[in-house]
Design a protein around this ligand. Structure first.
Ligand code: IPM
Ligand code: MG
Length: 367
């Protein structure tokens, strides 16, 4: 694809700072690699609540449905803690996921060679690590009904959520998992709590059935608690981990830390393919980090690597994605680090200095 329409949603906290560096990268690809980008920028999350009274305005959603890809920064912040739940920044993101049916959330946890020593685990456990967490993103307890808080006749209060999965929702997620594994190391771990949850038993049954269609892929089942433990014990045993919305949320944060920094990890959320086109949202795994917002300390690489995923999955520009990832490895190898991944004895660079270094690396690699 040589022409792409993109919706940029910087969001809250450090979102605008990291997306500003991404904008420079996008301009570079348009100048130097001949991709024409038609970019719309809009607010989401708390910023949208302030501007439109809604964390995802209808007009924003309309544009989101039209574009080839959406790239987001991050949403949330303590100033919106007391806003009603359906108007909170996170609700904007959840609505976007649901409305675009972005059911397949890919969260790679890749240990970039230069950062193996930044992990909280021993270097030999993580060097070369390349796991892909595939999280179901539009169902399960995040969206299940009924949910609420109630007071019983005897005066006791309680709150409840519902974990619910349709067969079709598990099926389509597992198909994505097996297809991804086929292009990687041919192993899928399906993760649930079949030992205590009905929906876990069901998940395992469907995963097993879908797995029969992929005889060349090894399917293993694992309980979610064991998976959390195995991730920090022997993370290289995993290739693709396919799991539900809530377990995927938790396990992906855990896997993220193995790689040295949450500030490094990209993600893609993909919808169903219709007429050769699928809705797609790219965002860093890290949050809005309000504690460092506006200080030029944030690491823009997760957002930039999310754009590399966009080049690969939405624009079919694998060479450009490879180039961008190589540039990231280059700046890290040159010891250019923001504070979250700083090497000892080397002064950390700012968000925009990191952006500048990355453009320089792109120029060099493209020469
Ligand atoms: C994530 C985040 C979100 C989630 C929040 C911000 C709603 O933690 O994308 O992992 O829980 O899905
Ligand atoms: Mg999370």
């Amino acid at each position: 694809m040589n022409n792409a329409t993109i919706l940029l949603l910087p969001g809250d906290g450090i979102g605008p700072e990291v997306v500003a560096e991404l904008s420079r990268v996008i301009s570079w690809f348009s100048d130097k690699r001949g991709i024409t980008f038609d970019i719309t920028t809009d607010d989401v999350g708390g910023a949208a609540y302030e501007r439109y009274g809604n964390p995802l305005a209808d007009s924003t959603l309309e544009v989101a449905k039209q574009v080839d890809a959406i790239v987001m920064g991050s949403v949330g912040g303590p100033q919106w803690d007391n806003v009603e739940r359906h108007l909170r920044p996170e609700a904007g993101l959840l609505t976007l996921r649901k409305e675009l049916d972005l059911f397949a959330n890919l969260r790679p946890a890749t240990c970039r060679p230069a950062l193996a020593s930044a992990s909280s685990l021993h270097e030999e456990l993580v060097s070369g690590l390349d796991i892909l967490i595939l999280r179901e993103l539009t169902a399960g307890v995040y969206f299940g009904e009924p949910r609420g808080t109630e007071t019983l006749d005897d005066g006791r209060r309680r709150a409840f959520d519902t974990q619910v999965y349709f067969e079709s929702e598990i099926e389509r997620l597992m198909h994505v998992g097996f297809e991804l594994a086929a292009k990687r190391n041919s192993k899928v771990h399906s993760v649930e709590k079949a030992n205590v949850m009905e929906s876990g038993v069901f998940w395992r049954e469907i995963a097993t059935r879908v797995g029969k269609e992929y005889p060349n892929i090894t399917l293993e089942h694992m309980y979610a608690d064991n998976c959390a433990m195995q991730l920090v014990r022997q993370p290289k045993q995993f290739d693709v981990i396919a799991t539900d919305n809530l377990f995927g949320d938790i396990l992906s944060d855990c896997a993220a830390m193995l790689t040295g920094s949450l500030g490094m990890l990209p993600s893609a959320s993909l919808g169903v393919e219709v007429n050769g086109k699928r809705a797609a949202l790219y965002e860093p795994v890290h949050g809005s980090a309000p504690d460092i917002a506006g200080q030029g300390k944030a690491n823009p690489l997760a957002t930039i690597l999310s754009f590399a995923m966009c080049l690969r999955f939405s624009l079919d520009r694998n060479d450009d994605a490879d180039l961008l990832e190589a540039a990231v490895d280059q700046v890290l190898a040159d010891n250019i680090r923001t504070v979250d991944i700083a090497a000892s004895g080397v002064a950390p660079v700012s968000t925009s200095e990191m952006g500048t270094a990355l453009l320089r690396a792109l120029d060099k690699l493209n020469a």
